[in-house]
Design a protein around this ligand. Structure first.
Ligand SMILES: C[S@@+](CC[C@H](N)C(=O)[O-])C[C@H]1O[C@@H](n2cnc3c(N)ncnc32)[C@H](O)[C@@H]1O
Length: 377
């Protein structure tokens, strides 16, 4: 595949972007499995909503939706469930992501204009799908209008990068003051997210979230007992530096603007009755952790095809990590040079997995939460 095609759709320089043109959903079957596992929690939340006025819209939001492919089945199920109870109820569905997201791919999907889904959500009457390129670190929908807010695999992206990390690319490899800076910013970000959602929710409304976490066993994405994925990211990036392909500054600059909270940290604002989150009326109803096995590693255990495994596995890593490494490269380099460096980076990771496949895999580790806004709030 030509270098230009391989990086198409990446929003360069932002540091946070899924690959566009539907690439994200096509290469992240694990993320869809996670959302499928959250569907029952969302249905349960939806059934608890009572709206008196038949013209009031049942407001749903999907925070950090990417191209919408991984959550469309969930939304179909939720809309159909509301329709069974209330056939005439208007429903507004607000998809949200950062401004650089490929909203065009999302719109095509919703209107049934992508070959893999010729219907999308176009068969539902009185459904009003819309999108907002507003960060979830701000209020996105008007106060008191949201019935159910949903978010999967998005809120580990931080509002700002608190620090560079010496000798690593992710906060899971940070130590001392650098680790503390990530943790502190992430806790502040969590409170900001919750307070904005508290404003958006109507009394009695619900949030359902599946966020990446560090679980009770210390496991996190790509680190559940085998090779640690983030150590591999760092190793191959360092490889480019050690061969002189990238500069020291470029090596240092590659830092994921991410942090994984623990379930305890996620629950802390709800445990304190005097916290701003509790005072805003939010209550934690249910929380549990779940490991979703990497579908590519599972297929490898079955097929024993190392090259095939590497070829299918690396694109899923690339779908969400490429913007971080691309953004670390000196923008003074010509675009095609940056693209070929990024191709070389992932090619080296792929060759490594093909040569030594055992232990590689990106198991997902999530904290699922159901949160409710008190009816008297
Ligand atoms: C890994 S994708 C998850 C997509 C989808 N929810 C899923 O589970 O498959 C993370 C998404 O979160 C978005 N995101 C990151 N930071 C965000 C922010 N501050 N506000 C809104 N979306 C954000 C990214 O742009 C990306 O589309």
């Amino acid at each position: 595949m030509a270098a230009e095609t391989k990086t198409a759709g990446t929003k360069t320089g932002s540091g946070i972007a899924m690959r566009g043109a539907g690439y994200y959903s096509a290469h992240t079957t694990g993320a869809k499995t996670v959302i499928d596992a959250a569907t029952e929690l969302v249905l349960e939340a939806g059934r608890d909503i009572k709206l008196d006025n038949p013209e009031t819209a049942f407001g749903i939001a999907d925070y950090g939706c990417a191209d919408g492919g991984t959550s469309i089945d969930l939304h179909r199920a939720v809309i159909a469930d509301i329709r069974r109870r209330e056939p005439g109820r208007p429903i507004s569905l607000t998809y949200t992501d950062l401004p650089g997201n490929d909203f065009s791919a999302l719109f095509k999907r919703l209107q049934g204009q992508l070959p893999m889904d010729p219907i999308g959500l176009s068969n539902f009457d009185r459904l009003f799908p819309m999108a907002s390129g507003t960060s979830f670190y701000r209020q996105i929908v008007p106060s008191g209008t949201l019935a159910v807010g949903f978010s999967a695999t998005a809120m580990h992206w931080m509002s700002t990068l608190p620090s560079r990390i010496t000798g690593h690319v992710h906060s899971v490899g940070a130590k001392g003051a650098e680790y503390d800076a990530f943790r502190a910013q992430s806790l502040k970000d969590w409170e900001t997210i919750l307070l904005h959602r508290a404003a958006e929710l109507r009394p009695g409304g619900w949030l359902v979230m599946a966020n990446f976490c560090v679980d009770e066993q210390g496991h996190y994405l790509g680190h559940t007992g085998g090779v640690c994925m983030f150590d591999q990211y760092e190793r191959h990036w360092r490889g480019l530096f050690e061969t002189g392909a990238i500069t020291r500054t470029e090596y240092d600059r590659a830092t994921f603007q991410q942090h994984y909270r623990t379930p305890e940290e996620c629950a802390a604002p709800f445990r304190d009755p005097n916290s701003a989150v509790s005072r805003a009326g939010l209550e934690l109803v249910r929380s549990f952790t779940r490991v979703t096995p990497c579908p590519y590693a599972t297929a490898f255990q079955r097929d024993s095809d190392p090259a095939g495994f590497a070829k299918s596995y690396i694109p899923t890593l690339r779908s969400w990590s490429e913007s971080t490494f691309f953004g670390a490269l000196d923008p003074a380099r010509p675009l095609d040079e940056r693209q070929s460096l990024i191709d070389r980076y992932y090619d080296s990771y792929e060759a490594d997995v093909a040569a030594r496949p055992e232990g590689h895999g990106m198991d997902y580790v999530h904290c699922f939460m159901q949160i409710r806004k008190r009816r008297d709030a």
